[in-house]
Design a binder for this molecule. Structure first.
Ligand code: NAD
Ligand SMILES: O=C(O)C(=O)C[C@@H](O)[C@H](O)[C@H](O)COP(=O)(O)O
Ligand code: ZN
Length: 364
């Protein structure tokens, strides 16, 4: 892709997702004219990119404050958020100052949360560096941290001022992380844009190539799906009966989040969501909502990307308990995002235990 692509997000505060190359110079502009300081939160893997951003801020007359956070899921804790607040307080961050989140989805979730909570909300710029963060985590304003009881249980909706997806950064991303990001891309294919599935099925081996044309098209399409959904239902408030808004983006996540926590975050998010999508496809098949071919398409496309499609037997009770704290639950009723057909997401509330057990047996 030679030119930058721009996807507009028309939520409460409209902003752009820019997908392209060498985008870091745009950060000072997004941080805003009023900002005197900007904090750059990043994991150890992103130190060189962080230094470049720090330099760009500095020459623009914005005082940079670099905040090193732990890698991956270890960043999404109350303790790490509290350390960030402490740095901001010591540096005298005011409401006109800004936060930049540079890294994978774990970092952008934390950075967005710190921006949402510092002084009840300051400007936030997302600079996702993993495929998963570009296509999903950095777009849409869901920010948050985990608690010992579950995934993403504390958070806020806080939209970024802009999102910069610099495809050049994907060249250093390890292949398993690229594959993990593709799970969320496949999710967008099943819930809204089947052309994504066709593009991957045409040649699954080229999909994760960070320098390829296909990945650029997949990023654009997945961001477009996410932008469309969050523009219509930012706060995940549209859900009447089986009608569904933002909850559609949670496809595969009820079971997937339970796996992540059960595995103490040793599975990547996309890997857990991959198995979660196969589980929920089997659930929909047993409920008579989709046919065998559509359920099988989940397995085949995810397996072709070398993503997991199964899980250990003998863990259902533990996973069932973890699913109970999913944000889609109401009282004691589990609610799953299912398909009623390709690109027709809906809610299945309170499926019978036999259906859940049959779907679990299918993935063991
Ligand atoms: N807020 C949302 O809407 C949303 C959506 C999807 C996922 N998420 C969250 O995102 C997280 C998963 O994101 P992730 O898969 O990016 O995981 P991650 O942030 O843990 O990043 C994965 C690994 O890749 C490394 N990395 C990132 N960019 C790199 C690069 N360019 N080069 C080399 N290494 C790089 C990271 O340091 C880390 O080790 C989960 O916590 C998930 O819950 C949030
Ligand atoms: O943006 C959304 O909405 C999503 O559900 C996207 C998911 O891919 C993402 O993993 C999100 O963090 C899950 O949110 P949660 O509300 O289930 O914690
Ligand atoms: Zn996800």
């Amino acid at each position: 892709m030679s030119r930058d692509q721009v996807v507009e997000v028309a939520a409460e505060r409209p902003y752009q997702v820019i997908i392209g190359h060498r985008l870091h110079d745009r950060i000072p502009g997004l941080v805003g004219e009023d900002a005197r300081r900007a904090a750059v939160l990043h994991p150890p893997t992103m130190i060189e990119a962080a230094e470049r951003i720090v330099h760009a801020l500095d020459v623009s007359g914005i005082e940079p404050v670099r905040i090193d956070v732990p890698d991956g899921e270890a960043a999404k804790t109350a303790q790490v958020a509290a350390r960030c607040w402490s740095v901001l307080g010591t540096a005298g961050f005011t409401r006109s100052d800004a936060i930049v989140g540079l890294g994978g989805g774990a970092t952008t979730d934390l950075a967005g949360f710190v921006a949402a909570t510092w002084l009840r909300g300051v400007r936030y710029v997302a600079v996702p560096t993993s495929l998963l963060a570009m296509v999903d985590a950095a777009v849409g304003g869901k920010t948050g941290i985990n608690t010992p009881e579950g995934k993403n249980l504390v958070g806020a909706f806080h939209e970024p001022a802009g999102v910069l997806c610099d495809l050049d950064t994907l060249t250093s991303l390890p292949l398993p992380e690229l594959r993990s990001g593709l799970a969320e891309v496949v999710k967008c294919g099943f819930i809204a844009d089947p052309e994504i599935l066709s593009l991957i099925e045409a040649d699954p081996a080229v999909a994760p190539d960070p320098a390829g044309e296909v990945i650029a098209e997949l990023v654009r399409r997945a961001v477009q799906v996410k932008a469309g959904v969050v523009s219509a239902d930012l706060r995940e408030a549209t859900s009447v009966g089986t009608r569904i808004g933002r909850e559609a983006l949670n496809y595969g996540h009820t079971f997937g989040h339970a796996i992540e926590q059960h595995e103490r975050y040793r599975w990547r998010h996309g890997e857990a969501i991959s198995t979660g999508m196969v589980f929920v496809a089997e659930l929909a098949r047993h409920a008579g909502l989709i046919d065998d071919a559509l359920a099988e398409r989940h397995r085949s496309i995810l397996a072709s990307l070398q993503l997991p499609t199964s899980y250990r037997a003998g863990t259902f009770e533990a996973l069932r308990a973890l699913m109970a704290v999913d944000k889609k639950s109401r009282g004691t009723t589990l609610r799953f995002v299912v398909l009623h057909g390709l690109a027709r997401p809906a809610i299945l509330a309170g499926p019978a235990p036999e259906l859940l057990e049959a779907a679990y047996a299918d993935i063991c």
